[in-house]
Design a protein around this ligand. Structure first.
Ligand SMILES: [Zn+2]
Ligand SMILES: [Zn+2]
Length: 280
């Protein structure tokens, strides 16, 4: 079976490899079909497609959209989207603009905690497209406020800690409609990462399905083996198609490397089952 990795990031959002370098890296890691799913942006896809043609692998047009669901942030991956679709582009544009405002508030909050210069510091790591918490995290590590990436999100930028700013992202139904309206399929990303409790998680899955979501990322580079097992079972029980993605952000970040990502278990139906001979 070809190896599908349907979740990855480039320098267009918060990854550390350019779209071209990411694609060649994926090819070297044995990936046959890669989805580039930058946060709230599709502008890396053209470059990634060119690289994929050169590297001899398939590129799946993707995006990862930030959504606020019952005051929590969840991520929805869109696969096989049309990156030129007007509603999708317009929706992503609004999200990116809201990131700029959030970043300014985050810098104010860090400044209250005695950390100056974080806005410029974060932007020094960002592309001209997206500013994210990851860029603030890199600045904080660089300045020695945390020893590495893992620890920075324990001390800063999360609820109850300096630099945290509550934020309103897209509505779930809206985000799914941008994806499906552009011809794509919507997948709930890394479901094991949401600290929701069993009841709310079931509600999230049910509402996601009602909105038109059809996929669950059962194998994720940010999941434990237990989470992979649990969501494989959930996909089967709740009749979701199963997706697999490393969520690779670059060599220095603490996600599983592409080559080490477990395969999709036989128990579930791969989301790419109907994609044979796909042309995108
Ligand atoms: Zn995510
Ligand atoms: Zn991601």
């Amino acid at each position: 079976m070809p190896s599908y990795d349907l979740h990855s990031h480039s320098t267009v959002s918060d990854g550390s490899l350019s779209p071209t370098d990411l694609v060649f890296y994926a090819a070297a890691q044995g990936v046959d079909a890669l989805a580039l799913t930058d946060h709230d942006d599709v502008s890396g896809l053209a470059e990634a497609r060119k690289a994929a043609d050169e590297a001899g692998i398939r590129l799946v047009n993707g995006v990862e959209i930030s959504v606020t669901w019952r005051k929590r942030t969840v991520h929805i991956v869109g696969l096989r989207i049309d990156p030129a679709h007007p509603d999708l582009l317009q929706g992503l544009d609004v999200l990116r603009q809201s990131r700029v405002v959030r970043a300014e508030k985050m810098a104010d909050e860090l400044s209250k905690a005695g950390i100056e210069g974080s806005l410029a510091g974060a932007y020094a790591y960002a592309s001209d497209r997206i500013i994210s918490r990851t860029h603030f995290a890199r600045f904080l590590v660089e300045r020695g406020y945390a020893k590495d990436f893992k620890s920075v999100f324990k001390k800063y930028l999360v609820q109850g800690k300096p630099g945290y700013v509550p934020h309103q992202w897209a509505d779930m139904a809206e985000a799914v409609s941008w994806i499906t309206g552009s011809g794509g399929v919507a997948v709930l990303a890394h479901p094991g990462r949401y600290d929701l409790g069993r009841t709310n998680l079931q509600l999230l899955l049910a509402e996601f399905k009602e909105c038109g979501g059809i996929g669950l990322e059962v194998i994720s580079g940010s999941h434990s083996a237990d989470m992979n097992r649990h969501f494989t079972e959930q996909a089967r029980l709740l009749d979701f198609l199963a997706s697999r993605g490393s969520d690779y952000h670059g060599p220095e970040q603490n996600y599983l490397d592409m080559r080490r990502l477990p395969p999709l278990p036989d128990a579930c139906t791969p989301i790419w089952q109907a994609w044979d001979g796909f042309d995108d």
